[in-house]
Every structure is written in structure tokens, then in C-alpha cells.
Design a protein around this ligand. Structure first.
Ligand code: ATP
Ligand code: MG
Length: 440
């Protein structure tokens, strides 16, 4: 992409309305625009990051055996009357009437709809296990939308729903998602800690919130410091091996970790001195086994091996990709701007032309741009008339992981400058070596 042809509305001033650093940086980097309270348009740079996050989530969901579908945003109230949630769900639900005066709603979540699909098509234990997910916009009329896309009213969610014959199989499905989440967040460059969460009337201990520590987090959390050094499960982990999954879950639940609601002061104090972490956290994912809560009232039943019909056991598994954009920035930035992990960066490489109009500089930039583009690398070529200082500031603000700085002085000596955003390291290299490093 040539910056001169792109829409990148950079703000030099720090926007006053933004209270936390990720919101300030997202506005300054021209990633989102607020359209109404808690409702955002995703501008080109923001959309690219959001898509990259969704792709990591998708790859890990697919690897675990989950299958992607797409359910609508608008749902019928009747579906929610079947589960009894239409009246229970508070003002967070946006209720709408269509032209025939039918009650509709903008989905805050999809348990009912998924259960309806299962009821229609899944009849036998032989069709199970099943885990269906989609990545779709949700609407919740939050009391206090704030912190930009961190707590918005319209937000993107990956929600998966597992369907199993009985509790034992549902636990295996739960563990699959647990492991997939560990891998997903690690790939996004985050240290997400699974913390015991409330199960309400369902009971049991199959509910975990995945929390990243950040001073701007909304919840108070307590955990063992060793979580920060635990290695995520490898890509090769066998999702069809219940014992391997259980071993990983056991390891990741062996140490103390709880949010405020589930906090047990005595258990926390039993953690050795110096390892007790009490901090603020951001919830980036939530997994939950809820048994037959929806299948029972909605009549989603399968026939077991014994020929007897029974309601299926289900769980739901959410991740907020739009919140994650902000959460990753909270976890990874400096005074100059965002530091994207390579896999999430909107562009992997920036080419900074320090003297547009200079024949040699233009030619080298064009050559770099063509070569990298041909190799399938996402490149942003700053071919604008801006001053060098402003180009450096922009590249750092929007967090381009590799920056190739091209100017007449360096070229006279046969070099370009390669800068790594994460640590600021700079090197003068030949064009070929710079390309090799970036492609390496
Ligand atoms: P919270 O406690 O933060 O309101 P929740 O418990 O309501 O979250 P879930 O219903 O479990 O969230 O939704 C799954 C995921 O969707 C959350 O882990 C979070 O990443 C994301 N999410 C939920 N509400 C919002 C929101 N208002 N804005 C952005 N992302 C959200
Ligand atoms: Mg909520």
C-alpha cells in the first residue's frame, strides 16, 4: 500500500476524551472512529489488525476441531422466549420491532439460536461431538460504554458452542477450547491467565475467564506469579487425545488464579510470599460449561447408544477480537506508539522514503516495494511529501515492526537503514541484506 493513496488520519494531538492509552493510540493512529456512544467505525488500519486477530483465532479454533458458521445479528424474540431469557435479559438487550410488529432483537449472544440449529439437525450421539463457532457483531447496551473498543456497545465476538452427549464428553470439549485459548492468546503476544469464574446455578468448576494483567483493567484479580512464565501448549498438541488435553488444563489450573468474585483470601495467602500477584486485569475470553440449560427447555435431544433420548450437554466459549485490539495495545506500546507483534501488525514492513523526488531514492523504494509485495509481504510505502521526522513518528505510532529507511545519504554509501520497532535497533545494510532480514 502506498501511503499517499491510503486513508490514515493520524492525530498529532492527544485526544482528550480518551482515558486509557490504547484508546488514545487507536484514535491517534487513525484506527477507529466513534459513530455514536460505544459504536465505532473501523478505519483501514484498524480493520487490518482486527482481521489479523480474527485469523489467528480462526486458525486455532479450526485446529481444535471447531467448525465455522455464521449466524445473523438480528434474532427473533420468540427464540429467546423458549429459553426464558427474553424477559430475564435486562436493558443490555436492544429490542426491535419489524414492520409486522414482530419482536426482534440485536443478538447479545447466540446460545438460543445455536440450540435451535442443533435441535433441527442433530439427532444421534453419532453426530457428536460438535463445536460450531462464528465471528459476528454483537450488541449490548452497556450501562457505561468506555475506553473505546475495550467496552463498546457494538463489538465483535468469536463465540463457539460445544454439543456433547454427556458431562464426560462435554469436559473434553471444554478442555479443547481451554487449550485452543492458551494457544490463541500466546500467538497474539499476550500472557492470558485462566481464572476461575462464577458458574451460577450450573455449579461445578468449568468456567474460566482468560485475563491479561494491565493497570487499566476493569477487574481486580489475584494469581500466582508463575503463570507469567508458563509456556503455552505446542502447535502439535493432539486435540483428539483427552489425556493430553487434561494434563495441560491441570497444569494451567494448578496454581491460584481468581477474579474478585471468586477470590478466596485464605487460599491466596497460602501462596508463598513473593509469588502473590494482585493486579488489575482485562477479560479477553470466557469459557463456560452450562450443561442442559438451553437444550432442556428448547428440546435439543439426541438418542444415545442405548436408544434413549436425552438433552445434549453444551458449553459456550467467547473471545472479543475488537476488545483484543485494545488489550494488545495496552500490553505492548511505548511513549512513541504501538508495538504490534509481527503476526498482528497491520503492515509487517514500512518503507520510508526520506527524499521523494530524488531519482535514486525513489528507484530504491520502488524496488523494495515491488520485491516485498511480490513475496506476499504486507508493506506500507511512505511515499508522501512529509518531512522525515514526521515519517519516523508515524511509522512508530502505528507500530510497523520493520522499517526500511531510504535516503540519498545512505544510498551514496550503498546502504539503507533497517529499524526494528520493538527495541529501536538500527543497522545500515545493503538493500539485499535488508530484504533478507525482513523476509527471514
Ligand atoms: P464483561 O464482564 O467484560 O462485560 P462478559 O462476561 O459480559 O464480559 P462474555 O459474555 O463472556 O463477556 O463475552 C465474551 C467476550 O466478549 C468477553 O470475554 C470479551 O472479550 C468480549 N466482550 C464482552 N463484552 C464486551 C464489550 N462490551 N465490548 C467489547 N468486548 C466485549
Ligand atoms: Mg458484560
Amino acid at each position: 500500500m502506498r501511503l499517499s493513496r491510503y486513508l490514515l488520519p493520524i492525530l498529532r494531538e492527544v485526544p482528550k476524551e480518551a482515558e486509557i492509552v490504547s484508546h488514545r493510540l487507536m484514535l491517534r493512529a487513525g484506527m477507529v472512529r466513534q459513530e455514536s456512544a460505544g459504536i465505532y467505525a473501523w478505519l483501514p488500519l484498524g480493520k487490518k489488525v482486527l482481521d489479523k486477530i480474527c485469523n489467528v483465532i480462526r486458525e486455532e479454533q479450526n485446529r481444535s476441531g471447531a467448525i465455522e458458521i455464521m449466524m445473523p445479528t438480528i434474532q427473533s424474540a420468540d427464540l429467546w422466549r423458549e429459553s426464558g431469557r427474553y424477559d430475564d435479559y435486562g436493558k443490555e438487550m436492544l429490542r426491535i420491532k419489524d414492520r409486522h410488529e414482530r419482536d426482534m432483537l440485536y443478538g447479545p449472544t447466540n446460545e438460543e439460536m445455536l440450540t435451535e440449529i442443533v435441535r433441527a439437525y442433530v439427532k444421534s450421539y453419532k453426530d457428536l461431538p460438535l463445536n460450531l463457532y462464528h465471528i459476528q457483531w454483537k450488541f449490548r447496551d452497556e450501562v457505561r460504554p468506555r475506553f473505546g473498543v475495550m467496552r463498546s456497545r457494538e463489538f465483535l465476538m468469536k463465540d463457539a458452542y460445544s454439543v456433547d452427549l454427556d458431562f464426560e464428553n462435554a469436559v473434553i470439549a471444554y478442555n479443547r477450547m481451554f487449550v485452543a485459548y492458551l494457544r490463541t492468546f500466546a500467538r497474539l503476544g499476550l500472557k492470558a491467565i485462566p481464572m476461575v469464574a462464577d458458574t451460577g446455578p450450573i455449579g461445578g468448576n468449568h468456567s474460566h475467564e482468560f485475563i491479561i494483567l494491565a493497570s487499566t483493567g476493569e477487574s481486580e484479580v489475584f494469581c500466582h506469579a508463575d503463570y507469567l512464565d508458563m509456556a503455552p501448549p505446542p502447535a502439535g498438541i493432539d486435540f483428539r487425545d483427552p489425556a493430553a488435553l487434561q494434563a495441560t488444563v491441570d497444569q494451567w489450573t494448578s496454581l491460584y488464579a481468581a477474579t474478585e468474585e471468586k477470590h478466596d483470601e485464605a487460599a491466596f495467602n497460602a501462596v508463598e510470599e513473593g509469588k502473590r500477584l494482585s493486579a488489575r486485569g482485562i477479560e479477553v475470553g470466557h469459557i463456560f460449561y452450562f450443561g442442559t440449560k438451553y437444550s432442556e427447555p428448547m428440546g435439543a435431544k439426541v438418542t444415545g447408544p442405548d436408544g434413549v433420548e436425552r438433552p445434549v450437554h453444551m458449553g459456550s466459549y467467547g473471545i472479543g477480537p475488537s476488545r483484543l485490539v485494545a488489550a494488545i495495545i495496552e500490553a505492548s506500546h511505548d511513549e512513541n506508539g504501538i508495538i504490534w507483534p509481527d503476526d498482528i501488525a497491520p503492515f509487517k514492513v514500512g518503507i520510508l522514503n526520506l527524499k521523494v523526488g530524488d531519482a535514486a531514492t525513489d528507484a530504491t523504494c520502488e524496488q523494495l516495494y515491488a520485491t516485498l509485495t511480490a513475496k506476499g509481504v504486507d508493506v506500507l510505502y511512505d511515499d508522501t511529501e512529509e518531512r522525515p521526522g514526521s515519517k519516523f513518528a508515524t511509522a512508530d505510532l502505528i507500530g510497523l515492526p520493520w522499517q526500511i529507511i531510504v535516503g540519498p545519504k545512505g544510498l551514496a554509501a550503498g546502504t539503507v537503514e533497517l529499524k526494528r520497532r520493538a527495541d529501536g535497533a538500527r543497522e545500515n545494510l545493503s538493500v539485499e541484506s535488508a530484504l533478507a532480514r525482513v523476509l527471514g
